[in-house]
Design a protein around this ligand. Structure first.
Ligand SMILES: [Zn+2]
Ligand SMILES: [Zn+2]
Length: 352
């Protein structure tokens, strides 16, 4: 039997290490996908830590229900290697992006198509073994998306950074005020957000990031202006230049500093969508919330339907490729270290 090589989490808060097992045989409707690429995402780092930072020294344990060794990685594209007896046989040899935000399939959220809200989720690389490996077992062929002629790296990242960016931006569509949009945090998701924003909105897209290289990259990729949140009196300058601030802000970083900056740059009647998970604690004077008539919405991942919508947009050629860098799968831990140190611009794509 062929073997499956995994870069496994064998202990929380410790480096990944290679483990080898027999390649699993797909059962029932399961599909075995041979992995071509898997993107490295910030959330992989949080899962490796085993906790999320709640601020003030408090931590949320995220190890519940996980058994070790465990395979991280949820931005997967690959080729169908084998199918279970209840899955379509003609899939073998075909290339797909794998939708990872899989629910239990039974609760009211799953039945309503909101698998991303499922409390008993089966997310690949989060609750079930994911993509830092040679193979991944997918519970059903319906989670495989045909990516047509798109580059394989783009196909893989569309499933996480793409689904998150697209879903977050969708929450700014149909707002009463739409003069301008600001995207905060230009990691993999933020860069993808910039690409989708230009396909989804007519207005110029502004960005903000502490990293000058990320700001340069965003300006080269279509951002109208790039702010440095650490600049003295930056909020004052933004309010002046934008005639009162931004109507829509997406915080792709998600920490107290980025949220304070988002609050400062937000116009009256505006909305902030928070989808970054850097963590910490954000506090807001109640009167300010009310005086600003503002809305804050939290958003994470996206639905299978949204993934199909964004795949259609991308296949139409409406989404510009974002910065990516291919690296060998076996080097994943050193790239995790680089990402933790804030030294990565764009997406690291691990390749088998
Ligand atoms: Zn991700
Ligand atoms: Zn469910």
């Amino acid at each position: 039997m062929a073997q499956m090589i995994r870069q496994s989490l064998v202990k929380f808060d410790a480096p990944l290490c290679e483990t080898i097992i027999d390649t699993p045989q797909p059962q029932g409707a399961e599909v075995l996908v041979k992995i071509e690429r898997c993107g490295l995402c910030h959330s992989d780092l949080h899962i490796q830590d085993g906790y999320a930072d709640l601020g003030g020294g408090k931590k949320l344990d995220t190890t519940r229900g996980m058994t070790l060794p465990f395979t991280l990685g949820h931005e997967i594209a690959g080729i169908v290697d084998a199918v279970g007896p209840d899955a379509p046989n003609d899939l073998v040899g075909k290339k797909f992006a794998v939708f990872p935000w899989i629910g239990c399939g039974k609760c009211r959220d799953c039945l309503a198509g909101d698998e991303n809200l499922c409390g008993r989720n089966q997310y690949l690389g989060v609750s079930r073994d994911g993509g830092f490996a040679t193979h991944v077992l997918v519970p059903d062929a319906k989670y495989l998306l045909d990516y047509g002629n798109l580059p394989v790296n783009m196909a893989a990242t569309l499933m996480c950074s793409g689904a998150t960016a697209y879903g977050a931006l969708k929450r700014l569509v149909d707002r009463p005020r739409q003069r301008n949009i600001l995207l905060i945090g230009l990691g993999g998701v933020g860069m993808m957000g910039l690409a989708f924003a230009q396909a989804m909105f007519k207005q110029p897209i502004a960005v903000a990031d502490l990293n000058p290289a990320a700001r340069d990259s965003a300006l080269q990729n279509g951002a109208s202006v790039a702010y440095d949140p650490s600049e003295t009196d930056i909020v004052k300058r933004i309010l002046k230049e934008t005639d009162g601030g931004f109507d829509g802000v997406i915080d792709f970083a998600g920490n107290d500093k980025s949220m304070n900056f988002a609050m400062g740059a937000l116009a009256r009647g505006g909305k902030i969508v928070v989808s970054g998970l850097m963590g910490g604690n954000f506090s807001l004077p109640m009167v300010q919330w009310i005086y600003k008539r503002m809305t804050i919405e939290g958003f994470m991942t996206g639905t299978l339907d949204e993934a199909k919508e964004l795949m259609a947009l991308a296949r139409d050629g409406k989404v510009k490729p974002t910065p990516m860098k291919e690296e060998p799968m076996k080097d994943v831990q050193s790239w995790i270290n680089e990402l933790r140190a804030g030294k990565v611009v764009g997406r690291i794509m691990l390749k088998n």
